[in-house]
Design a protein around this ligand. Sequence first.
Ligand SMILES: Nc1ncnc2c1ncn2[C@@H]1O[C@H](COP(=O)(O)OP(=O)(O)O)[C@@H](O)[C@H]1O
Ligand SMILES: [Mg+2]
Length: 309
Amino acid sequence: MAGGERIFVQAIRRYCAEHDIAVDVRASGWLIAMRKGARCRFAFGYDIGLNSAIAHRLANDKSATAEALEMAGVPCVPHHLFLNPSMGVHVTGADWRQGMLALLAQNPQGVVVKPNEGTSGRAVFKATNSDDLDRAVTEIFSSGLGLVIAPYVEIEDEVRVIVLDGKPMIVYRKERPSVVGDGMQTLRELASAAGQDRRLRELAARELNAIVPKGERRLLTWRHNLDAGAKPILLDEGEVRADCAKLAIDAANFIGITFASIDVVRVDGIWRVLEINSGVMMEGLGRLHPGLVQATYDAALDRIFETAH
Ligand SMILES: Nc1ncnc2c1ncn2[C@@H]1O[C@H](COP(=O)(O)OP(=O)(O)O)[C@@H](O)[C@H]1O
Ligand SMILES: [Mg+2]
C-alpha cells in the first residue's frame, strides 16, 4: 500500500522513524497519531496541527481570507460570499440572486464562481453570462456548500509560497499547460499530440477546431491548479521571489497563521493574494523535488515536537 500512500503520509513516516516517534496511520492516512513518550500529536488531512483554530478557519474560508486581508490593506482578489439558499431565507436573504447578477454586471470580463472552502480547483467555474452563472451556482449548491464569486482577473503569473514561522520555505510558479502552433494543426490536434486530451473539455469547439498560427502559444486551461495540469517551477532568488514571499508573509502574519501555502497572483503587474491554504499539500511538488518537500515537513514537524510538553 506504501506505493499509493500520499507523499504527506510518507514524509511523516520518515520523520517519525528518524526521531523515534511511533506512528499510527488510520483512515487510509487521513488520520495519523504520532506518539513520543506520553505525548501524542495528530495529523489530519493535510493539517499537522501547527495553526490555531481561528487561523485555520480564516484560511480555509476564501471570503473570510479576502475580508481579513482587506482590513490589513494586504492586496488580494475580493471574494463575495453567498450561502446556500437551502439554509433558509433568514440566513441568505431574499435577494441573493440579484446580488450575484449585480456582480456579473459589474464585471463584464466575467466572474469566477467556486466553493467557499474548495481546494485543488474542484468546481471552479468561469461565468460571463447569467446562464453560465446559474449552472455554476446550481452545481456548487447541489453539494450543499457556500460559494464565493470573484471578479475574473487576467492572471499573468501565479506563485505559491509555503510559509513556516514567517519564512518562505518554498516558492514556485505554476506553469499552465500550453501548446505552440505550427500553422497546420488545430488546437485539438496539438493538444492531443501533447497528451493533453483531458484539458479539452474546458475549451470551446470554435477554439479547438481552429488552426493555431505558427509560433503562437495557446494555454489549455485558465486555471493554475497542479491537478489541472500546471507544472511547479521553483523560483530562483531575485526580485519576483522576494516580492511574492513578502506579500505571502504579510498575509500569514496578519491572519496569524504559522504553516500555510499561500497563492499570490500578478494582475496588471501587481501581486495580490488569491488564497491561503492552512493544510500544506505538496503531492505534485514532492514528485519533482522530494528532498525539498521532506525538509519542509521536517521543519514543521520539528516545531510540533519542540513545543510539545
Ligand atoms: N478571480 C479569478 N480570476 C481568474 N482566475 C481565477 C480566479 N480565481 C481563481 N482562478 C483560477 O482558478 C484556480 C483555482 O482557484 P482557487 O481560488 O485557487 O481555488 P482552489 O482552492 O480550488 O485551488 C486558480 O489557480 C486560478 O488559476
Ligand atoms: Mg488554488
